[in-house]
Design a protein around this ligand. Structure first.
Ligand SMILES: NC(=O)c1ccc[n+]([C@@H]2O[C@H](COP(=O)([O-])OP(=O)(O)OC[C@H]3O[C@@H](n4cnc5c(N)ncnc54)[C@H](O)[C@@H]3O)[C@@H](O)[C@H]2O)c1
Length: 262
């Protein structure tokens, strides 16, 4: 069945891959991102890949009004609203002893509050048009385990909050026939891993991450964004009709593995 979906953080990485995966199924796709220019480029790609209808909308997920506008545009001009992927997020790392309050607050604001505002706006839009729906949030292994490299307290707290929120939201929205789940991507080869780096420095960091992944991740490599997108789109689909409040872990075995090797 064809669907209309809205994807935050749709201009890059996992969100972009989810937009293109939805497009390949012939779904209608609203690409929402604070980077409106990139969102337009992804919308054009989605059109080429087979999307029924596409819209690019510039919106900041920390801005309630931006989100209400984005959901209004999609629900009223694109044939309703069946699914949402809340992929917008940032990662800023610092050792706890040097973690500035502003950094902590910014990471929580974008990742956790942004997810709350997105899911609440999505649920309002779905309830208003009496649609059943599926909402996919994006958590992280850091919601469940501390990263060995450290410096991840704000990001980990934001993702732990998202995981708890997903379970609570699934219960609240079940009576409206709206499902809420999370994907848990492991290390995924997107610009998030290379924040602030370009050119030779970015290439060197990618090589370092590839070598570390080969040693540390059971499947021996980072994920491609499309591999996470397929899981998210499955959760949006009717094939996942009895799945809510759950986490779909796509981490190459990272969190299944203990560091102990006696
Ligand atoms: N890449 C990984 O290894 C990894 C692992 C686990 C979880 N995640 C999560 O996956 C999600 C997507 O990350 P990605 O790897 O695709 O990163 P990315 O940087 O490639 O894409 C993130 C997108 O979110 C947008 N964005 C950021 N702040 C925003 C805001 N305030 N309002 C609207 N849009 C905003 C950015 O413009 C960008 O297009 C994030 O929630 C991230 O935490 C990523």
């Amino acid at each position: 069945m064809t669907k209309t979906v809205l994807i935050t953080g749709g201009a890059n990485g996992i969100g972009r891959a989810a937009a293109l995966e939805a497009a390949r199924r012939g779904w209608s796709v609203g690409v929402v991102d604070k980077d409106a220019a990139r969102a337009h480029e992804v919308a054009a790609e989605a059109r080429r890949d087979g999307a029924r209808r596409v819209r690019a909308i510039g919106a900041d997920v920390t801005d309630e009004q931006d989100l209400l506008n984005a959901f209004e545009v999609v629900a009223t001009t694109m044939g309703g609203l069946d699914g949402v992927v809340a992929s917008a997020g940032i990662e800023i790392n610092a050792p706890l002893l040097n973690m500035p309050l502003e950094t902590w607050q910014r990471v929580l604001e974008v990742n956790l509050t942004g997810t709350f505002l997105t899911v609440r706006a999505a649920a309002h839009a779905m309830v208003n048009i009496k649609a059943t729906g599926s909402i996919v949030c994006v958590s992280s292994p850091s919601a469940f385990v501390g990263f060995a490299g450290g410096s991840n307290s704000a990001y980990g707290a934001s993702k732990g909050g998202i995981s708890a929120f997903v379970r609570a939201a699934a219960i609240d929205l079940a009576r409206h026939k709206i499902r809420v789940n999370a994907v848990v991507p492991g290390a995924t080869d997107t610009s998030m891993l290379y924040f602030g780096l370009s050119g030779v420095a970015r290439d060197a960091e990618r090589e370092r991450l590839r070598a570390a992944s080969a040693r540390q991740i059971p499947l021996g490599r980072m994920a491609e964004p499309s591999e996470i997108a397929c899981a998210a789109v499955w959760l949006l689909s009717d094939d996942a009709s009895y799945v809510t409040g759950s986490h779909l872990v796509c981490d190459g075995g990272l969190t299944a593995k203990s560091a102990n090797d006696f």
